[in-house]
Design a protein around this ligand. Structure first.
Ligand code: HEC
Length: 184
């Protein structure tokens, strides 16, 4: 009888235990699944956040790129504008220089009219049969000679005559005349 009771008790205890084990093994996967789902949700959220972050970054970098392109474009335009301005300025300068040269040439030509009678229109004559032929002289040679006639430090027998020709001439006149004569 004792043995029979013990066996019954043993079965009862075993039965209870196995039941408890069964419950635990049933609930454990459910909890795991829940945890896994939560983790999955978190991972998805994180991924979604990352996508937003990346797309912001992309949008920003595109905006930055566009701005940089714009800056490059503007810089180029400014440079081109500066080049154009510089070219225009240098062309203007050249035009001014050329105008000045033309003016000087015209002045020189006008002043030389009073010399033509003795020296010839091309400076090809020996003035009064005495002077050197001034055709082909450089501007500097003519300036030196005329300065010399002016202060009496240059010339031959007829230097007084030439002094009379140059006393009335200003420095600018002498330069203009000399430049003109050098073109003859
Ligand atoms: C009336 C004639 C006459 C006129 C006008 C005249 N010259 Fe002369 N020129 C002479 C004579 C003569 C000499 C040589 C003078 C000398 O003995 O050094 C001379 C000399 C010169 C020389 C130096 C040549 C040399 O022999 O070393 C130059 C340069 C010159 N003349 C330029 C001019 C210029 C420029 C003008 C006009 C502004 C001018 N002359 C007008 C007669 C003239």
């Amino acid at each position: 009888m004792k043995i029979a009771l013990s066996i019954v008790l043993a079965f009862f205890i075993l039965g209870c235990e196995s039941k408890t084990n069964e419950e635990t093994t049933k609930t454990a996967p459910v909890a795991e699944v829940k945890v896994a789902k939560v983790e999955e949700k978190n991972a998805l959220q994180k991924a979604a956040d990352k996508v937003t972050e990346v797309s912001h970054a992309v949008a920003n970098s595109e905006a930055v790129q566009t701005s940089m392109d714009k800056v490059a474009e503007v810089t180029q335009a400014v440079k081109e504008n500066e080049t154009v301005k510089a070219t225009v300025a240098s062309v203007k300068e050249t035009v001014t220089e050329v105008k000045e040269k033309i003016d000087t040439y015209q002045e020189g030509k006008a002043l030389y009219a009073s010399c033509v009678g003795c020296h010839g229109s091309k400076g090809e004559k020996k003035a009064l049969g005495k002077s050197a032929v001034i055709e082909g002289w450089s501007s500097q040679e003519v300036v030196t000679a005329l300065h010399g006639y002016k202060d009496g430090s240059y010339g031959g027998a007829m230097k007084a005559l030439m002094k009379g020709q140059v006393t009335k001439l200003s420095e600018a006149d002498i330069k203009a005349l000399a430049d003109y004569i050098s073109t003859l």
